[in-house]
Design a protein around this ligand. Structure first.
Ligand code: ADP
Length: 253
């Protein structure tokens, strides 16, 4: 990979909580098209790093670049508009709206035309050709075209997950950020979610924060291991599986 392929980069990223350093000089480079996972034992600093990247937390020191531009001080919505899409944990689906409305609303939220979000729901649909095409394309991609008129609240579990991904895709992201996509799920739901990510998000740049090593082995091109706020190891799933320091960190804390 040349440097031109890096879409997300952090340089010397530091986050302190009082005297405690939760993120300790993290240099991360995510390349276009890869699925990168950030793993590490509880307390390693995964969520903190994720929140720094999305803008939910401000940095103590260091710089974040996205798509060649500095985004360190941009608000979370501005980062979404720049192409940093987020899914799960932050619930982004409106239960009382239909599947189609949810996707269209998300697409509308990042479009630059003059209609407001609320207006967009009530305008005659044929005045939104571009938006409607995009909406239908996404409904097909996530396999929900047959339930497009159902309310989100009425969806079965797996379809709800599909819609959550659809809402992220509607923001036309250059990277999709996942914070523990399978937290709290059963074994079956976890496998369904992995399959769904592989099916729907193929070719998409992904950054996945995950506690469960087993889960990321299947999905990741490369894995970054955090320990005590620092990068302990980085490599392919095979590299990481055979890394003694990583095993020690998980066992020893
Ligand atoms: P992980 O997601 O890997 O479990 P976190 O990023 O949640 O780790 O936490 C890393 C460390 O930072 C933990 O020791 C945690 O107690 C501490 N921490 C996280 N958020 C805060 C906060 N808001 N205030 C104080 N300490 C925090």
């Amino acid at each position: 990979f040349t440097d031109g392929d890096v879409i997300l980069r952090t340089e010397g990223l530091v986050r302190k909580f009082g005297e405690f350093t939760a993120t300790d000089h993290v240099d991360l480079a995510v390349e276009r098209g890869e699925c990168r996972s950030i793993i590490g034992p509880n307390g390693a600093g995964k969520t903190t790093l994720f929140n720094l990247i999305t803008g939910a937390l401000s940095v103590t020191d260091g710089t974040i670049y996205f798509d060649g531009e500095e985004v360190t001080d941009l608000s979370p919505p501005e980062r979404v508009r720049r192409g940093m899409g987020r899914s799960f944990q932050i619930s982004n689906v409106f239960g009382g709206l239909t599947v189609r409305e949810n996707v269209r609303l998300a697409a509308q939220s990042v479009s630059r035309d003059e209609y407001s979000l609320v207006e967009s729901l009530f305008k005659p649909t044929d005045s939104y050709d571009g938006m409607n095409e995009e909406t239908e394309r996404i409904l097909t991609r996530i396999g929900l075209e047959n339930v497009a008129e159902e309310e989100a609240d009425a969806l079965a579990y797996g379809n709800r997950r599909r819609l959550e991904i659809g809402v992220v895709l509607a923001t036309d992201p250059d990277i999709v950020l996942f914070d523990e996509p399978t937290a709290g799920m059963s074994v079956e739901e976890t496998q369904e979610t992995i399959d769904l990510i592989e099916e729907v998000l193929v070719d998409q740049t992904l950054l996945l924060i995950e506690h469960d090593i087993e889960l990321v082995m299947e999905l990741s091109d490369r894995i970054t291991v955090l320990h005590r706020g620092q990068i302990l190891a980085e490599g392919t799933p095979e590299d990481i599986a055979g890394n003694q320091a990583v095993q020690d960190a998980y066992l020893g804390g």
